[in-house]
Design a protein around this ligand. Structure first.
Ligand SMILES: [Zn+2]
Length: 501
């Protein structure tokens, strides 16, 4: 009897001490001035010369490019970056180990390198990695992602899910929306594979492409089972609002914004996209875009309107995803158009932080702008190192861009003898030297709460780009901004609970 009472007392004491400890922590958290809002903007495939090209075309330098800035190394698990080799051997950045958007996104969001194609799981897929968004969720923060590519593509995918392979978009989306990679389909079905079990409460907001009505062949990003579930749940409390592209309705951006601004829209899925899943390209002069889709700045404003309603703050990733796809195709016109759209999205974020009528300011908000890797090896002329300034970039020189017969890569030059080769004496404005990604450093710009920690993560010095950090350090910067050491016990507790439900 006494022993039983003693045991009960012990359990009671443990419970009480646990209960007494938690409110103390909560009180302490509220007094610690950590970032309440974290916004990470990723120009997919956007290297230094991509920015230079857009600046030359617009004859403007966006404000953010004067923020505190460093280079970022992007190599995957097992790779390295050698600054001396990068500027002495032209092919070094195309021949050393090169990342993809999945491995790079995983590094940015989890602080761990992984293998190509892995979505926030380790290189041999034996374990899932804790993401910055999961840590933010344990603080009650809302989580959002916005992209011009499909909503379950690699860059948003690693932000919101864990999977062995980036192509398993249905599992990625199921996990993001409902916390279980097999909510709408079993793991033996195509693109429902590779999941790592249930995770903590899912995203509040997802806006992007991949709508199966437009991307009809081989769509592995979004299927109709997922859309049907979203539509069936529309009127349930706490469910997602849902806005999609409508054929013949050129007001995608306005419909999205209207829905986002409604008082009761706390969670929102916006599903758009074109024939390859991406939102159609915006060309350099602003044409080409299909207004049945929202622009990236419209998606951004909608995301901020939804997420700012969460009084615990939020963490939001905004991807200019088609910068990469234009660069794979070596198309300067499309690439510049997408960088301008990305710049406009950044400006929408800056305007939101500066807006005196909301709760955000630079004392409680961290904004990081970077890229996951460089794509296309864009330089001043074929085999010129990337530090040589690009030539004239204008509507005129955009017309000259075409394939060089002998290399298959596109360039812009005055082909005086019209032989589709760059002959000596012909003026060259720029050249693409790759159809894929490179191991080049990418730029990072940072401002706001937690940006003062940047210097403590400098890894090395590049003779052209100067100080650089690694992409895994971007996770650390966001982690620091959240004040991780206070929340780590809670995180472990929550994650272990979820791993052992
Ligand atoms: Zn790519």
């Amino acid at each position: 009897m006494f022993r039983r009472w003693n045991l009960s007392l012990l359990i009671l004491l443990i419970l009480l001490s646990a209960n007494f400890r938690s409110p103390e922590r909560v009180t302490a958290q509220k007094n610690i001035p950590f970032a309440k809002y974290i916004i990470l903007l990723i120009g997919d495939g956007m290297g230094y010369n991509h920015l230079q090209a857009a600046n030359l075309y617009t004859k403007q330098i966006p404000d953010y490019q004067s923020w505190q800035s460093v280079g970022v190394s992007t190599y995957p698990e097992g790779g390295t970056y050698d600054p001396q080799a990068a500027w002495s051997d032209f092919l070094y950045v195309t021949s050393s180990q090169i990342t993809d958007s999945a491995a790079a996104a995983t590094a940015l969001y989890t602080g761990s390198k992984t293998s190509i194609g892995s979505i926030s799981v380790n290189a041999d897929h034996s374990a899932r990695l804790l993401t910055i968004t999961e840590i933010a969720r344990t603080r009650g923060m809302a989580v959002g992602a916005v992209t011009t590519t499909p909503i379950s593509d690699a860059t948003p995918g690693a932000w919101i899910a864990h999977n062995d392979a980036r192509q398993n978009g249905f599992a990625i989306l199921d996990e993001a929306l409902w916390g279980d990679p097999n909510t709408t389909g079993n793991a033996d079905k195509s693109y429902y594979e590779g999941g790592h079990g249930k995770t903590i409460p899912p995203v509040s907001l997802l806006i992007g492409g991949g709508h199966p009505n437009w991307y009809t062949t081989g769509n592995h990003f979004v299927n109709n089972d997922i859309i049907t579930k979203l539509k069936n749940e529309l009127n349930q409390p706490g469910a997602f609002k849902y806005i999609e592209r409508i054929s013949g309705s050129p007001d995608g951006g306005q419909r999205l914004l209207n829905e986002a601004q409604k008082n009761d829209t706390m969670r929102l899925v916006g599903l758009f996209g074109g024939s390859n899943g991406d939102v159609e390209y915006r060309l350099a002069d602003g044409s080409g875009f299909n207004p049945e889709n929202p622009t990236l700045p419209e998606m951004t404003r909608a995301a901020l309107a939804v997420l700012e309603k969460d009084r615990d703050g939020f963490i939001l990733m905004i991807e200019g995803g088609t910068i990469d796809h234009a660069s794979h195709a070596n198309k300067m016109n499309e690439m510049i158009g997408e960088v301008i759209g990305f710049n406009d999205a950044i400006q929408a974020v800056i305007d939101w932080v500066n807006d005196p009528y909301n709760a955000s300011d630079w004392e409680n908000t961290l904004v990081i702008i970077t890229a996951d890797h460089e794509t296309g090896y864009l330089t001043a002329s074929p085999s010129a190192f990337a530090d040589q300034p690009l030539g004239e970039i204008s509507p005129n020189t955009l017309q000259f861009e075409k394939v060089i017969s002998s290399t298959g890569r596109r360039a812009s030059w005055v082909d005086q003898n019209n032989n589709n080769e760059i002959d000596s004496g012909e003026t060259v404005y720029w050249a693409w030297n790759s159809g894929g990604h490179t191991n080049s450093l990418v730029p990072l710009f940072i401002r706001g709460k937690g940006s003062e920690k940047l210097n403590q993560y400098i890894r090395g010095f590049d003779p052209i780009r100067g100080d650089y950090i690694d992409n895994t350090d971007v996770f650390k910067l966001m982690h620091d901004a959240l004040g991780y050491y206070y929340f780590l016990p809670i995180v472990f507790q929550t994650v272990s609970q979820l791993n052992n439900p």
